[in-house]
Design a protein around this ligand. Sequence first.
Ligand SMILES: [Zn+2]
Ligand SMILES: [Zn+2]
Length: 178
Amino acid sequence: MTEAALHCANHPAVETTLRCNRCEKPICTKCAVQTPVGYRCRECVRGQQAVFETTKTLDYPVAAVVAAVGSGLGAGVLGYVGFWGFFVAPVAGGALAEVVRIATRRRRARRLPLVAALAGAVGVLPTLVPAVVLVVLSMTAGGGLELLGGVLWGIAYPLVTGGLLLSALYYRLRGIRL
Ligand SMILES: [Zn+2]
Ligand SMILES: [Zn+2]
């Protein structure tokens, strides 16, 4: 039997010379899908996409965990560097973005920057706890103006440095250099 005697697996009446290069099934020109690796049947193309999408969705939890832990650690360290935190935070955010990229093997997932930034925000939250405690304490103690300054710094510092870290993380993942 020659190749010309093949009949399409989906259309038995149609003769064809094409075969899916993955499952070897005879396919007619209507059924063949041209892929970067050659002609394939629709079933094989669909199976391939399903695998592709699961690896992509796995990137989200991986990115979220890495971003949350990294931001938490970063924010914890920033709490000790004082004024320099304003300069260190964007650098730390950029570095964290690179770690997230390596963890997700540099695949491009559309919502990855947003997921990483949100998870990072969750990671930063615990560092805001001391600031909140400070506010509550100063209010119950009826502190004066000098205490208010410390409270404002206590809140503004983690908010601003955390914000800088997260925005650097977000924009670096989106491929925008600040
Ligand atoms: Zn196939
Ligand atoms: Zn066909």
